[in-house]
Design a protein around this ligand. Sequence first.
Ligand SMILES: NC(=O)c1ccc[n+]([C@@H]2O[C@H](COP(=O)([O-])OP(=O)(O)OC[C@H]3O[C@@H](n4cnc5c(N)ncnc54)[C@H](OP(=O)(O)O)[C@@H]3O)[C@@H](O)[C@H]2O)c1
Length: 431
Amino acid sequence: MKSERVFITGCGGMLGSAIYPFFASRYEDVLASDRIVNEKWLVRLDVRDDDHLARMFKEYRPDIVLHLAAETNLEYCETHPEITIATNAVATRNIAKLSEEYGAMLIYISTAGVFDGKKSGFYTEEDQPNPIMVYGRTKYEGELYALEHCSRTFVVRAGWMMGGGRDKEKKFIFKILEQVAQGKKEIFAVNDKWGTPTYTYDFAMNLFRLMETEKYGTYHMVCEGEGSRYDVAEEILKICGISDIDLVPVGSGYFEKEYFAPRPRSEIMSNANLGKHGINFMRPWRESLSDYIKNYFFDFMRQPGLHQKERRKHRREDCGIPVTYSIKGEAGNILYSGILIDKCVSGAGIITGTALQAGQIIVFRDKEGTLTPDAGREHSLCAENSFRVGLESLNAGHFSAVKVLQVKTKDFFQDNEVEIRRLNTIPGMLL
Ligand SMILES: NC(=O)c1ccc[n+]([C@@H]2O[C@H](COP(=O)([O-])OP(=O)(O)OC[C@H]3O[C@@H](n4cnc5c(N)ncnc54)[C@H](OP(=O)(O)O)[C@@H]3O)[C@@H](O)[C@H]2O)c1
């Protein structure tokens, strides 16, 4: 574990939900804040409160500052410019000054929305920002303040953020899935705005690599590729295996009442500077989107119209053969065990008889030992209720519980029974 003290602002949002477990698994001391405390691991801080901010720096003396806090709703920003300036620009100036005073590294998260969207092709870090809306203008001011006042600053621009799941995702992916859940048979998606989706998990992973370079400056950090909102919606439906919804392409004028803030025609970016340093590990957005949906919206992955029993079968096939696992205590005793139903690069889904706490960090150690057939009886998955836990992958073998849901076991397994087909286990331990 690294010993530097990490201080995070605005950590209760979409990006924070990936950044926190990622940093908490690597650093001994992480202080995460937001203006509303919606997680046990958060403390309250409104970044506009200068005195509180200064007190926090004085008491905590951070070595690394991740400044995520921002007004991110474009329509709110247009109608509340003063609050937006105070949050996105002025608070960033104060945070940059304090970071410099305490000798901290500052990571300021910015946006593709600093560009005017007129460029055809990918924006690189060489292109001149020219924001066209309050959000973009204030974020760009924040960039300039951060670079001016703190000598060890990374400005990292993200694209269309995807992450955070049902509780935190405020953006496009959830808006499409929400309509699916409502049973809509027609969904409208804009086909005249282009951008680059950015998965919060991939962003957090790559951020860590960038920090290690200590090559300060401005970076783009988006998934590979580009697409329109329509393309993203189409991919969501494809991943979920949904074919009975009519996806209708529309111009942005269709939503102008609801989304009245000006938006750049193109927010397509490439990670040119990451590439130069050989640390562009961002994946193609379709691959990341698929991981995101599997991790957080697993229950959407179905084929409507199928008989429920068949649907269960389909789900199970989607996840491959369930693998039993056990989590061991330090003395080697089994704390609990369960079934791993889904595991991909960026996360896992487990069914367990025991409720984990969100934020709890678990280590799976692949291929270390096996469990005897008898041990399979230790889990209580045949009981009526169990817990489905979404795990966000942090690094090799480390997972953080992000979502704990009570489920009816029979919804996942046919005939209310768990069939243990493989007894190779993934022993782990709770940290
Ligand atoms: N979302 C995107 O598509 C996107 C794209 C590119 C870059 N970014 C940048 O990425 C960063 C993280 O955003 P996100 O995507 O995680 O959005 P988010 O979910 O809106 O997270 C921002 C967090 O900052 C909090 N916040 C707002 N005002 C604050 C204040 N005065 N003091 C302290 N906290 C405050 C928000 O709280 P409330 O929820 O209560 O407002 C929210 O928890 C932001 O800097 C954003 O500009 C976002």
